[in-house]
Design a protein around this ligand. Structure first.
Ligand code: ZN
Ligand code: ZN
Length: 120
């Protein structure tokens, strides 16, 4: 599986749907993504052979992986990458810094930049 876009994320997927929540690297605010229904088309059975169970779990894992990738791409649009420390941060934590020529950095890096400016 690819690296999650934020340092912390939770997987709330069930057998019915895939759902992931990501968290701003700076303030920890939850950034939910769209839930995707898991439509497997499997017949409801009371008894499954081991082969059937295995086939179902392989299909589930593959669909789960695809949903995870989609969720990462989706959340990317709602977050900004800090150009200094590469954290993924929410709009509230994004600072458009003059030092970066209109680039984006996180609040923490913005504070550091300000500190450096004062010291120099
Ligand atoms: Zn934030
Ligand atoms: Zn930063």
């Amino acid at each position: 599986m690819l690296e999650p876009i934020t340092k912390k994320y939770t997987d709330e997927s069930s057998m019915k749907q895939f759902k992931f929540t990501f968290y701003c690297d700076c303030c920890g605010k939850a950034v939910p993504t769209q839930a995707y229904a898991y439509r497997n088309g499997f017949q409801k059975k009371t008894f499954l052979s081991n082969d059937e169970k295995e086939a179902r779990s392989i299909i589930y894992a593959s669909e789960h992986g695809k949903a995870y990738e989609r969720a990462n791409n989706e959340v990317r649009l709602n977050l900004n990458r800090c150009e200094l420390c590469t954290d993924m941060v929410c709009e509230d934590c994004s600072v458009y810094a003059e030092e970066l020529g209109g680039g984006v950095c996180c609040k923490k890096c913005a504070e550091k930049l300000q500190q450096e400016r004062k010291e120099s």
